[in-house]
Ligand binder design. Structure first.
Ligand SMILES: [Ca+2]
Length: 285
C-alpha cells in the first residue's frame, strides 16, 4: 500500500536559515515558464545555481520498525545489510543486521565519545565522532575497531563516493569536505548553496553515484546536492512521516540510506519508532 505525504508548512517553519526561506519563496516549483511545472519530472534536475531547486516530497512505500532508543546519526545499506551509527555520550553504538530486523552485531563507543556519521568503504567502516576529533575505522563484518585517526572541527555526516573514491563529510556548516578514504586526509571542499544562499547544518549524508543527499538538522528537509558545484538541485520535504503521537517522544529526522540499484531510500530519525522506505516524487503529485 502506498501513502503520499503531502507538503505542509512545517518544513518551512523549521528551516534554520531564514535567508534560505526568503530565497525559496512560498510558491511551488518554478523552474521554468511552463504552467505545468508542478508536473516537472524528478529526472529534470536543476543544473544552474541561478535556478530554484526542484521541490519534491516523499511517497511512502513501506514502513519498518526502528529501535526507539537509537539516537540515529548514520544510516547506510550495503548488500542487504543495514548499518546504523548512534550518538550520545555513553550510549553511542554501531550496529549491523538485516533491514527492518534486529541488529546481529552491535558495538559500543566508550564515553566520552559521541558517535556521528558512518560509511562503508569496501571491507571497512568509518565512524565519526561529534566534537571528539576522532574517526574510528572498523571491520565491516565484526565492527571491531581497527584504528583511529584525528581531524579538525566537528564530525556530523559521512558517505563514500565509490567512483570518485572519496569520502564526503559534513560538520554542521555549509561546507562539505572531501577526504581520502584510506588516510582521512582532506582532498578538497565545496560550499553548499540553494539559490546562491549557503545552507548550513547539513547533517546525515548519503552518496548515490555522483549525487549527495543531506538531512538538514532541525528540519524535515532532505537536500539533493551536486557535490561538484555545491548547488542544491532539489529540496525534499519529508515532513509528516511520524504521527503527532509518535513524534512526541522522537527527535529530529536524521538518517538516509539508499537501497542499492533502486530509486528507494530508507529514512528515519533520532529516537524514531519507525523507518520508512520512500521514493522522492514531485510535490503535488
Ligand atoms: Ca547515510
Amino acid at each position: 500500500m502506498r501513502r503520499v505525504i503531502s507538503l505542509t508548512s512545517k518544513a518551512a517553519a523549521t528551516l534554520s536559515t531564514v535567508a534560505l526561506t526568503v530565497a525559496l519563496g512560498t510558491g511551488a516549483c518554478t523552474t521554468g515558464d511552463d504552467d505545468t511545472s508542478d508536473e516537472t519530472s524528478a529526472e529534470n534536475s536543476v543544473t544552474s545555481a541561478a535556478t530554484e531547486a526542484e521541490r519534491l516530497t516523499v511517497e511512502v512505500v513501506d514502513v519498518l520498525p526502528h529501535d526507539p532508543t537509537a539516537f540515529t546519526q548514520g544510516l547506510e545499506i550495503v548488500d542487504d545489510t543495514l548499518y546504523e551509527g548512534t550518538g550520545l555520550v555513553g550510549e553511542s553504538t554501531l550496529r549491523s543486521g538485516p533491514i527492518g530486523g534486529e541488529p546481529t552485531v552491535t558495538v559500543s563507543l566508550p564515553a566520552p565519545l559521541f558517535g556521528e556519521g558512518i560509511t562503508v568503504v569496501d571491507s571497512r567502516i568509518w565512524q565519526l565522532t561529534w566534537r571528539d576529533g576522532v574517526a574510528i575505522e572498523r571491520d565491516r563484518d565484526t565492527l571491531a575497531e581497527l584504528r583511529r585517526v584525528t581531524y579538525e572541527g566537528e564530525g556530523w555526516g559521512l558517505c563514500h563516493q565509490a567512483e570518485a573514491d572519496r569520502l564526503v563529510m559534513s560538520d554542521g556548516s555549509p561546507t562539505l569536505a572531501f577526504r581520502d578514504p584510506t588516510d582521512f586526509s582532506v582532498l578538497g571542499s565545496v560550499e553548499v548553496t540553494d539559490g546562491g544562499v549557503p545552507v548550513d547544518e547539513l547533517n546525515e549524508l548519503e552518496c548515490v553515484d555522483d549525487t549527495v543527499y543531506a538531512n538538514v538538522w532541525h528540519s524535515d528537509d532532505i537536500l539533493r546536492i551536486d557535490p561538484e558545484t555545491g548547488v542544491v538541485t532539489a529540496r525534499i520535504d519529508a515532513s509528516g512521516l511520524l504521527t503527532p503521537e509518535e513524534a512526541v517522544d522522537a527527535d529530529v529526522l536524521n538518517g538516509i540510506a539508499a537501497f542499492p540499484d533502486s530509486d528507494r531510500f530508507l529514512v528515519t530519525g533520532k529516537w524514531w519508532p519507525k523507518m520508512f522506505t520512500v521514493r522522492f516524487v514531485p510535490t503535488g503529485r
